[in-house]
Design a protein around this ligand. Structure first.
Ligand code: AGP
Length: 585
C-alpha cells in the first residue's frame, strides 16, 4: 500500500531514490514521484503509472530528497494525486490512511488554504505548515498528533535543505546509514543491500535524517537510542536473479524453501511456552487474508485430522467485526507473509485483547505482526516481491504442517517433499499448453473436495489476481446444488484430485461438468485418474501424504495463473489495482 523512500547524503538524491522506489513497487504502482531539495527550493517530479514513468527525474540536482510509489485509496491514480504533496515550505510523502482527513481539510479551508489533490495525504503538509514556528521536528510532531489513522511519512522543508523528518504509526518504516548518507524506506528490502546498519521505527517514533547521522526521538521528542536490526541480508534482498518475472523466480524457489522448513526459527524462550500452549490448546483460531487464509484452511485439515483439535479459520477482516467467541485455552494463529496486513493485525490485536495466546506465522521477522505476537514462527521463504503469493504459501503450509505434526508427535521428511516439489515444478510446465483454452473464458471453475478444495480456492484466487478472468473455487460436491447451471463450453473447469478416498466422487463432478460442455483440466496425483482419459487434459503430479497434498498441487495452479496472465498480455508481477502489502483496512 504505497512505498515511501528518502535519502540525504553526499550523492545526488534522485538516482538513489529511483533505485529505492523500484524495489518498493510491489507496494503500489499506479503513480510515482520524487521531491528533491536544491538551492533551498523543493522540486517535484511525478507522473501517473509505474516508477519507470519518472525516469526523467534522474537528472534532478540536489542531495536530499523523498519519493513515493502509490496504490490509490483516496483519489484516482493521476498525476495530481501522485505524491509528493506540498504546502508552504513543506513537502511530504505518505503511506497509510488519514481517517480524519475531511475534518482537518475543513479546518485548512476555513483558513483560506487550497488543495491541489483529492488525497487524504495532502492535508499533512498543511497541518505541518500550520504548526510551524521555525522548529522542523516540532512542527511535524504537532501535526501528526492531530492525525487519526495510519501513517509513515517523510517530510522535507525548504528551510532545512539537508534534513528529512520521518514518523510512523501503523505503517512500516525503516531507516539506515552508509558511508554516503542516510536512507529511509517502507521496507527493509529496499535498503538492506545499501546500508551498513538499519533501524526499525516503532509506532510513535520520529527520526531526523541528516547527511552525517540519524537522530531518533520518542513521541514526546525525547531523544532515544536504537539498536540496529538483525537481519539476514540474503533473505531480505529482492533480486530477479536473471528471471524475467519475480513470480517465476519465486515459484522456482519453492523446493529450496521447503527443504529449509523447520520450527527452530521461532523466537527463543517464548517458543518453549508456545509449544506448551500448542499442545494444550483446546481450540485453535486462524486469522489471515487472501492466500494466507487459504493456507489456514489447509492447516485446519491437518490439525483436525492429526490432532483432533477443533480449528476455526477466519477471514481477518470478518473476524474483527463478528464478535468472535474466544474461550480460555484458545490459541490464535495469525498468518501473514508481510506481517503488515492491516486486517490481520486488527484481528490479532482483538484476539490478544480478549486473552488469547497469539502465534504469528510470517515471512518478515521485523514486521508489525511480530511485535504483537507472543511467539513468532518465521517461514524464512526469503523476500517475496511478486504481488501474487507463491513460495510464501508453500512455506506457510510447511510451518503449519510441522506445528500439527509437533502436537500429534508425528514426523514428516521435508527434504523429500522438497524433492517432490522440484518434480512438480517440472511437470507443471505442461499447463502452459492449456492456456489457450482459458484466454477468453467466460469464467473458470476450480473444483476439489477436502484439501483439494482448499487448493482449488487458492488456484482460483491466483488466476483472478493476475489474469483478470472471473473465476471461482468450488467444493466439487456442491456444484450440482446450483452453480452447475453456469457451466457450459465457455467455462473451463480445473479439477484437483489427490485423495484416493474421494476419487470417485470428484470424478463424478468431472463428468457432470464435461456433460455440460465444459473442458475439464485435471491435476492429480492418482495415476489411474490421469490415465482415465476422462478429462480434456490432465497432468500427473507426485504424490505425498494426502493431508499435505496442497503443498504440491498448488504448484501447477500457480503455473497456470502465471502462463495465462502472460498469454493475456498482463504483467504477472504487478496486477492492476493491487499491491503486495495491504496496510489499510
Ligand atoms: C495473494 O496472491 C495475494 N496477493 C493476497 O491475497 C495476500 O495473500 C493477502 O493480501 C495477505 O497478505 P499477507 O500474507 O501479507 O498478510
Amino acid at each position: 500500500m504505497c512505498g515511501i523512500v528518502g535519502y540525504t547524503g553526499s550523492r545526488r538524491a534522485a538516482p538513489v531514490l529511483l533505485e529505492l522506489l523500484k524495489k518498493l513497487e510491489y507496494r503500489g504502482y499506479d503513480s510515482a514521484g520524487i521531491a528533491v531539495c536544491y538551492k533551498e527550493q523543493i522540486e517535484i517530479f511525478k507522473r501517473k503509472g509505474k516508477v519507470e514513468n519518472i525516469a526523467l527525474a534522474e537528472k534532478m540536482q540536489g542531495s536530499t530528497g523523498i519519493g513515493h510509489t502509490r496504490w490509490a485509496t483516496h483519489g484516482a491514480p493521476s498525476e495530481k494525486n501522485a505524491h509528493p504533496h506540498s504546502f508552504g515550505k513543506f513537502t511530504i510523502v505518505h503511506n497509510g490512511i488519514i481517517e480524519n482527513n475531511k475534518v482537518l481539510k475543513e479546518e485548512c479551508l476555513l483558513r483560506g488554504e487550497t488543495f491541489l489533490s483529492e488525497t487524504d495525504s495532502e492535508v499533512i503538509a498543511h497541518m505541518i505548515a500550520f504548526y510551524d514556528e521555525g522548529d522542523f521536528l516540532l512542527a511535524v510532531q504537532k501535526a501528526v498528533s492531530r492525525l487519526e489513522g495510519s501513517y509513515a511519512i517523510a517530510v522535507l522543508s525548504s528551510e532545512y535543505p539537508d534534513q528529512i523528518v520521518c514518523a510512523r504509526i501503523g505503517s512500516p518504516l525503516v531507516v539506515g546509514r552508509n558511508e554516503n548518507g542516510s536512507l529511509l524506506a517502507s521496507d527493509l528490502v529496499a535498503i538492506s543491500s545499501e546500508v551498513d546498519k538499519a533501524y526499525l521505527l516503532k509506532d510513535g517514533d520520529f527520526a531526523v535524517l541528516g547527511k552525517n547521522g540519524i537522530a531518533f526521538y520518542d513521541e514526546k521528542l525525547k531523544s532515544i537510542e536504537k539498536s540496529p536490526m538483525q537481519y539476514d541480508t540474503v533473505l531480505s534482498n529482492a533480486d530477479k536473479k536473471g528471471y524475467m518475472y519475480f513470480m517465476k523466480k519465486e515459484m522456482e524457489e519453492i523446493p529450496s524453501v521447503l527443504s529449509n522448513a523447520n520450527l527452530e526459527c521461532a523466537n527463543g524462550l517464548s517458543y518453549k511456552q508456545f509449544c506448551k500452549v500448542l499442545c494444550q490448546a483446546e481450540y485453535i483460531h486462524i486469522v489471515a487474508c487472501g492466500t494466507a487464509y487459504h493456507s489456514g484452511l489447509c492447516a485446519k485439515y491437518a490439525f483436525e485430522s492429526l490432532c483432533r483439535v477443533p480449528v476455526e479459520v477466519c477471514i481477518a477482516s470478518e473476524y474483527r467485526y463478528n464478535n468472535p467467541i474466544i474461550r480460555p485455552n484458545t490459541l490464535v494463529i495469525a498468518i501473514s507473509q508481510s506481517g503488515e496486513t492491516a486486517d490481520t493485525l486488527a484481528a490479532s490485536k482483538l484476539a490478544k485483547d480478549r486473552g488469547a495466546y497469539l502465534a504469528a506465522v510470517t515471512n518478515v521477522p521485523y514486521s508489525s505482526l511480530t511485535r504483537i505476537a507472543d511467539c513468532v514462527l518465521e517461514t524464512k521463504a526469503g523476500a517475496e516481491v511478486a504481488v501474487a503469493a507463491t513460495k510464501s504459501f508453500n512455506a506457510q503450509l510447511a510451518v503449519l504442517y510441522l506445528l500439527a505434526l509437533f502436537r500429534a508427535k508425528g514426523e514428516a521428511d521435508f527434504s523429500e517433499i522438497a524433492r517432490l516439489a522440484k518434480e512438480t515444478l517440472k511437470v507443471s510446465e505442461e499447463v502452459r499448453g492449456w492456456t489457450h483454452y482459458f484466454l477468453n473464458a467466460k469464467s473458470v471453475y476450480f473444483i476439489g473436495r477436502g484439501v483439494d478444495y482448499c487448493a482449488a480456492l487458492e488456484g482460483s484466487l491466483k488466476l483472478k489476481e493476475i489474469s483478470y478472468l472471473p473465476s471461482e473455487g468450488y467444493a466439487a460436491g456442491e456444484l450440482k446444488h446450483g452453480t452447475l447451471a453456469l457451466v457450459d463450453e465457455k467455462t473451463p473447469v480445473v479439477a484437483i484430485l489427490t485423495q484416493h478416498e474421494l476419487a470417485e466422487k470428484t470424478m463424478n463432478a468431472v463428468h457432470e461438468t464435461r456433460s455440460r460442455g465444459a473442458r475439464v483440466f485435471l491435476i492429480t496425483s492418482l495415476p489411474e485418474a490421469a490415465k482415465s482419459g476422462e478429462a480434456t487434459a490432465s497432468i500427473l503430479i507426485p504424490a505425498c501424504r494426502e493431508i499435505f497434498s496442497p503443498i504440491l498441487s498448488v504448484i501447477p495452479l500457480q503455473a497456470l495463473a502465471f502462463y495465462t496472465s502472460l498469454a493475456r498480455g498482463n504483467d504477472p508481477d504487478k496486477p492492476r489495482h493491487l499491491a503486495k502489502s495491504v496496510t489499510v483496512e
